[in-house]
Design a protein around this ligand. Structure first.
Ligand code: KIV
Ligand code: NA
Length: 279
């Protein structure tokens, strides 16, 4: 397969073929995404929860995201690679946003960055990053970095004011030149209204219903590599957490029962060396 490009994604939209996006945070996750043939891989700031054990996305550092993005980059040749600008790495100024985005490109080889929100400030940051030559993916609806201000982790766009805000922010990001926008946790009917208004922008949904150009899920959610069930939009395709516990438990039992290691796991040495040692 040839590498996925921005024109390639735009073509998928035009042809009505769904874009498949998934998160990854390390080399094996990237290899799984590569071999499964996904179109876009996101080094999401959901890493805060999935791999760092934090309880919200706001705690992950830019330096940590860069480590993860480099590992993912090493595992990919085909999908487009996008990284989240983490909380604190772009809000203060356009200059800070450009500096952070440039680090992802130079140090981790990402193809694009994603940032949250479509109000005046995030719009200005998105424009500045794009002016530096780095493609930007927007993210509206439920934006976890500002979950506190949104009143918690809850669907957005269910009342007139909120729905109007989601529509306006997505349209503004598209008009500013974002090649794609993630739409998270909004009513499916709102998505049906919105997507036709964004003919040149690839709309990726998560909890936004089917009327989008593509879907994204968090790798650890879809593989069941976590405790608990997660949001209502999650569908599980594997139960890796259970498989990991079962594997480690079986190893522990084998060690305790002296079933492991077996003879074939050991190294031998020549008889004469052993004889000399015993003299
Ligand atoms: O951080 C993340 O995983 C995301 C996706 C859910 C869109 O932003
Ligand atoms: Na994110």
């Amino acid at each position: 397969r040839p590498p996925v490009t921005l024109p390639g994604l735009a073509a998928l939209k035009r042809e009505g073929r769904p874009v498949v996006m998934v998160t990854a945070y390390d080399f094996p996750g990237a290899r799984a995404a590569e071999e499964a043939g996904v179109d876009v891989v996101l080094v999401g700031d959901s890493a805060a929860m999935t791999v760092l054990g934090l309880d919200s996305t706001t705690g992950v550092e830019l330096e940590e995201m860069l480590v993860l993005a480099r590992a993912v980059r090493r595992g990919l040749t085909t999908p487009l690679l996008v990284a989240d600008l983490p909380f604190g790495s772009y809000e203060a100024s356009d200059e800070l946003a450009v500096t952070s985005a440039v680090r992802f490109v130079k140090e981790a080889g990402v193809d694009a960055v994603k940032l949250e929100g479509g109000g005046p400030v995030p719009l200005s940051r998105a424009r500045a990053v794009m002016a530096a030559g780095i493609p930007v993916m927007g993210h509206v609806g439920l934006t976890p970095q500002s979950a506190s201000a949104l009143g918690g982790f809850r669907a957005q766009g269910r009342d007139l004011a909120s729905a109007t805000r989601v529509l306006g922010e997505a349209e503004a990001l598209a008009a500013a030149g974002c090649f794609s926008v993630v739409l998270e946790a909004v009513p499916s009917q709102l998505t049906e209204l919105l997507v036709p208004r964004l003919p040149g922008t690839v709309v990726i949904g998560i909890g936004a219903g089917p009327a989008v150009d593509g879907q994204v899920l968090v790798l650890h959610d879809l593989l069941g590599m976590r405790e608990g069930v997660g949001a209502r939009f999650v569908q599980r395709y594997a139960d890796l957490q259970q498989a990991m516990v079962a594997g480690v438990r079986a190893y522990a039992e084998d060690v305790r029962e002296r079933r492991y290691p077996a003879p074939q796991h050991g190294y031998g040495m020549p008889a004469e060396v052993l004889a000399a040692l015993r003299e």
